[in-house]
Ligand binder design. Structure first.
Ligand SMILES: NC(=O)c1ccc[n+]([C@@H]2O[C@H](COP(=O)([O-])OP(=O)(O)OC[C@H]3O[C@@H](n4cnc5c(N)ncnc54)[C@H](O)[C@@H]3O)[C@@H](O)[C@H]2O)c1
Length: 259
């Protein structure tokens, strides 16, 4: 028996690098997984991979910034897959602009997707999990939410906001039997990171591979992390093994942050 046998989980950003890996991991451990993403094609590919591995998943096109989208997707997910008790917020966007050039519209877009979208997911999923007897949720923040990021102040603020949101939600939901935690990845090998390094490589006149290697050299464990390494920690935080952990933000960053 897998740790999530018979349970239904929702994963946002399920077409992206980390979301896909989390969805595959939860399905491999027995969960039926609702895959929410604004990119239908990407979420469909995750659903296909889960089905090929013998698991059960459905994808739902969802813009997490829209309450009606989130509600509709969760309604359909419960109809298709059963009562929801587990949720993972792994959607997100990042744009790089030096602070003095950061457009106000980009600020709004980043805060809307990364922070408002996380609020909508956690709140709407928590209503269902509480009604279904309790559950667990994990929000993907970032080590960027722990400190200064002069070339993506909007992203860092959104991720600091996610940590604060998780604290408030954990306190509000503890008596409803719903645990809420965050993970803070460092640098993960996904399309988000590859796009940043293509941009950096062009600016610095090097190849994206060289830019990746420079980044890896700054990480105490000496390498960029895999999405599966985040998925394993998220699965732990959703499982009964972490039954006494709530309101925490866990760094999964190869030692980039030590607090
Ligand atoms: N890659 C890293 O190094 C890294 C580091 C720290 C934190 N994170 C965080 O991890 C999470 C996942 O990142 P990733 O690396 O897998 O990125 P990714 O770009 O591979 O995936 C992000 C996914 O979010 C989806 N998405 C974007 N806007 C959306 C919206 N409005 N509604 C629904 N879905 C939307 C995208 O379609 C995409 O599938 C993000 O929150 C990111 O900030 C990533």
């Amino acid at each position: 028996m897998g740790r999530f046998e018979g349970l239904t989980a929702v994963v946002t950003g399920a077409g992206g690098g980390i979301g896909r890996s989390v969805a595959l991991r939860l399905a491999a451990e027995g969960a039926r997984v609702a895959l929410l993403d604004i990119s239908t094609g990407a979420a469909d590919r995750t659903a296909e991979a889960i089905a090929e591995a013998g698991g059960r998943a459905e994808s739902y096109r969802t813009d997490v910034t829209r309450l009606a989208d989130v509600e509709d997707a969760l309604d359909r997910a419960e109809n298709d897959l059963g009562p929801l008790t587990l949720a993972v917020g792994a959607h997100g966007i990042v744009r790089n602009h030096p602070f003095l050039e950061l457009p106000a519209d980009d600020w709004d877009a980043t805060l809307s997707v990364n922070l408002k979208g996380m609020f909508l997911l956690l709140q709407r999923a928590a209503v269902r999990a509480a009604a279904n007897g309790g559950g667990a949720m994990v929000a993907v923040s970032s080590v960027a939410g722990r400190g200064a990021r002069p070339t993506c102040a909007d992203y860092a603020a959104s991720k600091a906001g996610v940590i604060s949101l998780v604290h408030s939600a954990a306190l509000a939901l503890a008596s409803h039997g719903v645990r809420v935690n965050a993970v803070c990845p460092g640098v993960v090998d996904t399309e988000m990171t590859r796009a940043i390094h293509r941009q950096k490589a062009e600016i610095n006149g090097i190849t994206p591979e060289e830019s990746f290697a420079e980044q890896a050299a700054k990480i105490p464990l000496g390498r960029i992390e895999t999405p599966e390494e985040i998925a394993g920690v998220i699965a732990f935080l959703l499982s009964p093994e972490s039954s006494y952990i709530t309101g925490q933000a866990v760094n999964v960053c190869g030692g980039l942050e030590m607090n």
